[in-house]
Design a protein around this ligand. Structure first.
Ligand SMILES: Nc1nc2c(ncn2[C@@H]2O[C@H](COP(=O)(O)OP(=O)(O)OP(=O)(O)O)[C@@H](O)[C@H]2O)c(=O)[nH]1
Length: 355
């Protein structure tokens, strides 16, 4: 594995509810022989770092932050920890941040967008959520954090498959896809998975994601990647029959509980950049608290390059990526995942940005 080609250190954020298997996955990352040197940042509740003691002995360095919950009080601490790490650049190739089981991963991810010094040197690679298949439906019923973690993830490990029946597993998978149709799902036992399915994903580098998987911004069927213990019917091609979804089917889920996380995928033609920036800025100000993730690719009128937008709550980031290819349709696509979002207004607003 290599670091991202712009020289920035890739950062993987590991989330998952208490006891889901984060430490188990981290131990795999630390013990497998993959040639990448990881610095690990472990966040702890309380004074005594227990998680740290549960980690295998390894040559990797483990940095602990025990100032409480990562989501509210220690973002500054995370910045300082990363900055200290950066002073010793060269001694490691990548960073993994393990968040506490009840934290909303968004502020952790935001740290990597917001702080200029951190942004210059480190780059969010992916948010990976570990899910306990046995308990996740219950957790989703009791807590918002469990849902946020799934909504936010780029990769979800459906872990502890040994503790559920095939039917239970299918129900869990369906529920997770209804929360986040864009995440890659992998079924695992004791987080057994090829690490390149988890690390160095470039999931926050939309351009790379789309070059690997042109259907990334389309939801549903293709999202499941079969792991070793997958009992999917392999008699068919997972990508078959992929068609463009009409956006208003995307949030037509069985779970219509109030405040449930839902997602929408909207397409439009070429946009007027001025109108778009004003609109999206306003969306993130007004609906930001409810937006868990926002991502999209814009085709601006008279602009030869694709423009990629990423958002986390009220933070928006955008950049030109590369030239549109001659055979690509100059189409704008936006995906929004969140709670209590006014999808009709999002669609009308997005379409109104058309040039
Ligand atoms: N049966 C079974 N047990 C598992 C599996 N994966 C992990 N465990 C066990 O589940 C327990 C919790 O795993 P951890 O990796 O410590 O979970 P964690 O997410 O780090 O937990 P916290 O630090 O409390 O948030 C441990 O006893 C693991 O051995 C699995 O696939 N199947």
């Amino acid at each position: 594995m290599t670091t991202a080609n712009d020289g920035k250190i890739p950062v993987t954020v590991l989330t998952g509810y208490l006891g889901a298997g984060k430490t188990t996955l981290l131990n795999r990352i630390l013990s497998e022989n993959h040639g990448t040197r990881y610095a690990v940042i472990v966040n702890e509740f309380g004074e005594i770092g227990i998680d740290n003691d549960l980690l295998v002995e390894s040559d990797e360095e483990i940095f602990e932050m025990n100032n409480g919950c990562i989501c509210c009080t220690v973002r500054g601490d995370l910045i300082r920890t990363v900055e200290n790490l950066m002073k010793r650049k060269g001694s490691f190739d990548a960073i993994v941040v393990e968040t506490t089981g009840v934290a909303d991963p968004a502020p952790v991810a935001q740290t990597f967008f917001m702080d200029d010094d951190v942004r210059d040197k480190a780059k969010l690679d992916a948010v990976v959520a570990v899910v306990d298949c046995r308990h996740v439906l219950q957790r989703l019923a009791d807590t918002a954090e469990a849902e946020d973690q799934i909504a936010f993830a780029d990769v979800v490990l459906l872990n502890k498959t040994d503790l559920v029946t095939a039917a239970e597993l299918a129900a869990v998978e369906a529920r997770i896809q209804s929360i986040n149709p864009y995440a890659r799902l992998h079924r695992t036992e004791r987080c057994s998975i090829a690490l390149d399915a988890v690390l160095n994903r470039g999931a926050f580098d939309l351009d790379r994601v789309l070059s690997l998987d042109p259907h990334f911004l389309e939801p549903a069927e293709h999202a499941h990647e079969c792991g070793p213990d997958c009992d999917h019917d392999h008699g068919h091609d997972h990508d078959h029959g992929h068609h463009h979804h009409d956006h208003d089917h995307d949030h037509d889920h069985a779970h219509d509980a109030p405040h449930a996380v839902k997602s929408v995928s909207i397409t439009a033609g070429e946009l007027d950049p001025q109108v778009f920036f004003q609109w999206i800025g306003n969306v993130s100000q007004v609906q930001g608290p409810n937006i868990l993730r926002l991502k999209g690719i814009m085709a601006f009128r008279d602009d030869p390059q694709r423009y990629v937008v990423q958002g986390v709550h009220m933070i928006l980031e955008g950049d030109h990526q590369r030239d549109w290819k001659a055979d690509e349709a100059r189409e704008s696509r936006l995906v929004v995942i969140g709670r209590d979002l006014d999808f009709a207004a999002l669609e009308t607003g997005f379409k109104a940005c058309e040039a």
